[in-house]
Ligand binder design. Structure first.
Ligand SMILES: [Zn+2]
Length: 287
């Protein structure tokens, strides 16, 4: 029995997983304070009820996992938390063996299994608050020497573009993410808007909303073709609240078809939804 934990910018979830089946889940809000003590306390609350059944813990977390510590590429996405001793905190709470993984990497592994060996090289891209990705190359999940592998949202596609929360200029995340969609819409409309509100206006055919959503989808299409050029991926899987939004995949696919044939990639929707991180992490831990 595996206790799989998902640490996101807005929620924390834990599930009891047996033979790839989620038996029971608990979910709480991520503390907004950015104080490490608050995150430790929240994780303890979440995990403790499962400790009698669990034999090991695996954590899928937003941010970079490097030598047992959690750091943020973009600290805004983790409530300001920028360095957290995740491995030792979870070991202290659970007394069990603990494995850590980035959440997009975990989701990539879960989605790779859904493809049932039809390909060996794939990218999972989540477009949500930020833009994350995970890479499977030669059927092996890439985590990198310092945990950074797959952070494709922080590759740049517009050197004249907006400054990203990571410090670079013109990142895919700064153009395509739900946060970027909301920021640009708020500027254009003069009122505070989130990505969900922009999609509503997009579906009503509003010109500004249409421009903003197309800009996001076009950036993700560029990213997918870049990954094709770099890694010769066979399949791209799109997830996240923006990635799964009605009509978004069609736009991404349209912009991919505008690329030369060599750089086009079979792009599909994620199958595991909100449980992708939990399921993928449990799969990875059980191997
Ligand atoms: Zn960036």
């Amino acid at each position: 029995m595996i206790i799989a934990v998902d640490i996101g910018g807005t929620k924390l979830a834990a599930s009891l997983v047996h033979n790839q089946q989620i038996l029971e889940s608990r979910r709480i809000s991520t503390p907004k304070s950015g104080a490490s003590g608050d995150l430790s306390h929240a994780l303890e609350q979440l995990i403790t009820p499962f400790l009698r059944q669990g034999k090991q813990v695996v954590v899928a977390s937003t941010g970079i996992i490097n030598q047992g510590r959690l750091t943020a590429v973009n600290p805004d996405n983790l409530g300001g938390l920028n360095d957290f001793p995740l491995q030792s905190v979870i070991e202290g709470i659970s007394g069990l063996p603990v494995k850590l993984l980035n959440d997009a990497q975990a989701a990539a592994w879960g989605e790779f299994y859904q493809l049932e060996s039809t390909c060996q090289n794939m990218a999972f891209i989540t477009v949500s608050t930020g833009v994350g990705a995970g890479l499977v190359i030669n059927s092996s999940l890439q985590t990198g020497s310092s945990g950074l592998a797959g952070h494709a949202g922080h590759t740049t596609i517009d050197i004249q573009g907006p400054v990203c929360g990571c410090g670079r200029t013109g990142c895919v995340e700064a153009i395509a993410s739900g946060t970027a969609i909301g920021t640009l819409a708020s500027e254009r409309y003069g009122i505070s808007m989130d990505a969900k509100a922009v999609f509503e206006r997009f579906h009503q055919g509003e010109q500004d909303a249409r421009f903003i959503i197309h800009r996001s989808a076009s950036a993700i299409a560029q990213l997918i073709s870049n990954l094709k050029a770099l890694l010769d991926i066979e399949v791209a899987v799109l997830g996240g609240s923006v990635g799964l939004a009605d009509g978004y995949l069609d736009l991404v696919q349209y912009y991919i078809t505008q690329q030369p044939a060599l750089f086009q990639v079979d792009t599909r929707l994620a199958q595991l939804g909100h449980d992708a991180g939990i399921t993928g992490a449990a799969l990875w831990a059980s191997q």
